[in-house]
Design a protein around this ligand. Structure first.
Ligand code: PMP
Length: 390
């Protein structure tokens, strides 16, 4: 049957590159393309034990429907964690989601009418761009200059574009790995507050810090609930759990409840109970420390391999945390056109164009260092340089 879809479906096209990148999942390919954590670091036995304990206690409510906001003891636990990071919050400010991706979708559902503008970093996280696009948003770029975010130009852009939302991943951003300074965080908040534009602060990578001290979240400076903070267990525990949270003002949480009810009623009760058990019976901080150490080694290795193999021809970011390095080749290279031959040579990256709202030609690529093993990083970066004949 030929379906007649809603108009917004024309904004949900499958890209050719995404199809091509499915090839990168083959085992003989060294893939820097994914955004996956290292599976060998998942706390498998602790999560198994947590599920066994909550199921074994004989309490049938672990399989019952739950409230849309989420399991109260887990929300209390998360609000304690948020406060310890300088983000004021009570359990009533926490809303549990199926990963932060669902948080993005619910917020977009609540705020965006077709044609509304989202102001974002360009490049930005592809999944956020897709979500905003599916609600038929238009985009404008957060202006930057040599010193970072240009607050004067930002104010001009807000007056001109009248954005409905600002979307930012201020810490170890996907795809570039870059981090906003405290001054930039405060400047965005000041200008956004002046014009009443809510900021979505997407923070999946904040815990993956390999050097320096943690920077305060933008929400920690916010006094009027202007900032909607998104957190997730995807990078600190495991992404397959699908558990994230939103920190927001109570009136927005009430709207989120209605939005989520129409989507999936609530996040899995069993998952929430098992995660609560995990957080109370195992040392989550020690686990995060283990991940940090392993990823730091991989980041350092990728940086030194890039130095050895790409130093005359390319520039790249030096992230102090997260999972990605953004590599930029000389302008004559187009990383979309190069991808098929790179895949044939058994390496993969994501072309930079993918992360821009206009998807124009681009000589950058995103390289992931958390999922490949150290040996794969060593071999893969050398291979990439050889294929690109740098
Ligand atoms: N935001 C960013 C910036 C991401 O990189 C990702 C996932 N890679 C998400 C949100 C979605 O994460 P989750 O698994 O929590 O839905």
């Amino acid at each position: 049957m030929q379906h007649t879809y809603a108009k917004r479906v024309t904004h949900m096209e499958n890209s050719a590159i995404r199809e091509l990148l499915k090839l990168a999942e083959q085992p003989h390919i060294i893939s820097f393309a994914g955004g996956l954590p290292a599976p060998e670091l998942f706390p498998l036995s602790e999560i198994r034990e947590s599920y066994a304990q909550v199921l074994g206690a004989g309490d049938p409510s672990v399989l019952q429907y739950g409230t849309t906001e989420g399991y109260l003891p887990l929300r209390e636990e998360i609000s304690d964690q948020m406060r310890s990071k300088g983000i004021p919050s009570e359990a009533d400010n926490i809303f549990l989601t199926n990963g932060s991706q669902q948080g993005l979708d619910l917020i977009a559902k609540l705020f965006l009418d077709p044609g509304d503008v989202v102001l974002l970093q360009n490049p930005s996280y592809l999944g956020a761009i897709q979500t905003f696009r599916s609600y038929q948003a238009n985009f404008a770029t957060i202006p930057t200059n040599a010193a970072g975010i240009d607050d004067i130009a930002l104010e001009v852009s807000i007056k001109l574009n009248r954005p409905k939302l600002i979307y930012l991943a201020p810490t170890y951003q996907n795809p570039t790995g870059t981090t906003l300074t405290i001054e930039e965080r405060k400047a965005v908040l000041r200008v956004a507050s002046k014009y009443g534009v809510p900021i979505i602060e997407d923070d999946p990578y904040g815990e993956l810090r390999y050097e320096g001290s943690a920077l305060p979240a933008i929400r920690s400076f916010s006094t009027e609930d202007e900032v909607i903070y998104l957190g997730t267990f995807s990078k600190t525990l495991a992404p397959g759990l699908r558990l994230g949270w939103i920190v927001a003002g109570k009136s927005l949480i009430a709207k989120l409840v209605v939005a989520k009810q129409g989507t999936d009623l609530h996040t899995s009760t069993l998952l929430q109970r098992a995660t609560h058990y995990y957080l109370n019976h195992f040392d989550a901080n020690q686990h995060i420390e283990t991940i940090r150490q392993a990823y730091k080694v991989r980041r350092d290795l990728m940086l030194s391999e890039l130095q050895e193999n790409f130093s005359n021809q390319a520039i790249w970011t030096k992230p102090t945390g997260g999972m990605f390095i953004w590599l930029t080749l000389p302008e004559k290279y187009d990383t979309v056109n190069l991808l098929p031959s790179v895949l044939t040579g058994n390496v993969a990256y994501v072309p930079g164009a993918h992360f821009f709202t206009d998807e124009g030609s681009c000589s950058s690529m995103r390289l992931n260092f958390s999922n490949p093993t150290p040996l794969q990083i060593q071999q893969g970066i050398k291979l990439l340089a050889t294929i690109l004949t740098l």
